[in-house]
Design a protein around this ligand. Structure first.
Ligand SMILES: [Zn+2]
Ligand SMILES: [Zn+2]
Length: 199
């Protein structure tokens, strides 16, 4: 496992700036990897790790940077819960830990870096040195990762009866006997203005 400093430097580069979220994300990942016994997540252990992040904020980029798990590789899943927490799964052993950043750590940062008056700067520096117990809650959990969520070739490809888009990995829904994409089934996040021909 690389050092905290090296991992933080890398995540800062990937994320584009240094912030408290990078420190939290790097430390959270290091803690989880240690507990799961995976010390080479981007090398020999790369097919063993699966992460589920509960928030789309700064720390998520750090988790991606340290673990090598990404949305595109399907080794990272985002569940939109808005909680600064992530679950790390060892797919080989099924051991899983959920790590949550503790709200109290914000206040506790004064104990470590009280001389820094700017709140954000103080938290950033304090999070580098605070003990894990004061930063995180850790739970042993069980996660069922459905096979259609795992990396690898798509398990299915079907066409939407309404719009003609192709749907992979069992995300289709059935409505009155018709196979539909989720958008056509009512879960559309956009409104078509017109279809462009030509570019
Ligand atoms: Zn950030
Ligand atoms: Zn459709």
């Amino acid at each position: 496992m690389e050092t905290f400093e090296a991992l933080l430097e890398e995540s800062t580069r990937v994320h584009g700036h240094i912030c408290a979220g990078q420190v939290i994300g790097v430390r959270m990942s290091m803690l989880a990897l240690r507990l799961l016994g995976l010390n080479d997540p981007k090398g020999k252990d790369r097919k063993k790790l699966y992460t589920i992040v509960e928030i789309d904020r700064c720390a998520t980029d750090a988790i991606q940077s340290v673990t090598g798990c990404t949305l595109g590789k399907r080794s990272m899943k985002h569940v939109d819960h808005g909680v600064m927490a992530a679950t790390f799964v060892n797919l080989e052993t099924q051991q899983a830990v959920r790590v949550t950043a503790l709200e109290e750590s914000r206040t506790l940062s004064k104990k470590y870096c009280g001389s820094i008056t700017d709140k954000y700067a103080r938290q950033l520096e304090a999070y580098k040195i605070m003990p894990e117990e004061e930063l995180f809650k850790v739970e042993n959990v069980r996660v069922n990762v459905p096979e259609e969520n795992l990396p690898g070739r798509p398990l299915s490809r079907v066409v939407c009866a309404k719009c003609g888009d192709w749907i992979q990995d069992r995300r289709e829904v059935e409505r009155e006997g018709a196979v539909l994409c989720r958008g056509c089934a009512g879960d559309k996040y956009y409104t078509v203005i017109d279809e462009r021909d030509g570019r």
